[in-house]
Design a protein around this ligand. Sequence first.
Ligand SMILES: Nc1ncnc2c1ncn2[C@@H]1O[C@H](COP(=O)(O)OP(=O)(O)O)[C@@H](O)[C@H]1O
Ligand SMILES: [Mg+2]
Length: 373
Amino acid sequence: MKILGMMSGTSGDGIDGALVDFKEDGEYSLVWHKSFDYNQEVFARIQKLMKPCSSIEVTLGNSYIAELYAKAFRSFFKENDEKPDYIAAHGQTIWHQPQVVRWDDIDLTGTLQLLDAPLLAQRTNIPVINNFRSADMAVGGQGAPLVPYADLILFGNLFPEDCLVLNIGGMANITAIHKNNGDAKVVCAFDTGPGNVLMDAYMQKNNLGNYDKNGTIASRGNTINRILEDFLKDSYFKLPFPKSTGREHFNINLLEKFDNKIKNEDVLSTLLDVSVNSISDAVVSLKKIIDFPCKMIVAGGGALNTELIKRLKRNLADSCSIHTSEEFGIPVMAREAMAFAVLGYAFVEKQPSNVPLATGASKKVILGQLSIV
Ligand SMILES: Nc1ncnc2c1ncn2[C@@H]1O[C@H](COP(=O)(O)OP(=O)(O)O)[C@@H](O)[C@H]1O
Ligand SMILES: [Mg+2]
């Protein structure tokens, strides 16, 4: 069975597609990975949708994201190419609210990934599995992170020792895998905080580009320790796991900490260190849970930020050896899309795929829903 995993994350940079072939004996292989990058007009509209917006924008946005996914699909496959059996599509998160809010006498949490799945199914003529986060939230989970189930399958048996899988997208999340007599088990997974989101927000706000390619600008700057320490006092970093976060918490408003006399390179160096230090602190906090030194596999667009990886390696030299997922045959931009293909396969096989330890859910549940054609 072939499943196309499709992912668009909090960076709003584009849609990643990973075609995964699942064999009956439980083996799987990545057939290919392709990216559909948004042009500047689409990029701007997605950034707008990710800010609080009107019900009209949400309604049309739902169709818009499906049309963009259909466009991405058409760019991935030529007319005569063999098509996948299913599309497993994440959609675009526009609000993620794992903390309880009370409306009248009703306690609520929620998360919304825009994507009109029946529309995408009709456009592509392929059944679509989507809405992966809701069932987990319905049983008290945070609906995130969902990648741990796939991490165990993709990376659990690569090494004899314990390993960490770090994704650096808009936000950063980590999965800790512990080995016990050769058996791999996810022992913890959570969002560490911002990945690229604050650096991207600064670049875009100052018309410097969409992101700091390879961290070149940050690498020329000096971190302002006073501001870095202020960032690291953020209440999110002190929360125990399970925990997840998003742009609702880490967003452009935090850039007010910098006055406009500070040089771009110093701002970006400081923001880079916010990510690097919060990730490093999270890793060190796992010392009670997994065995160190361990391996750490890094994926997501942030893995291409050479300055970020350099600083992470420096900070964690005593704790782990750091590798990109590329070294194990998984392109850094493919890992999350692959994870959603794996979650899609679990849905088809009627297998629960949330990891209650990671999301805080009260039980295991099947994630996703199906739109047929
Ligand atoms: N060459 C690069 N150098 C530095 N950062 C990069 C590079 N390529 C991608 N990125 C960062 O990765 C982000 C996209 O990563 P991605 O994994 O797609 O995140 P998301 O899942 O949030 O969409 C970009 O917004 C950018 O910040
Ligand atoms: Mg992306």
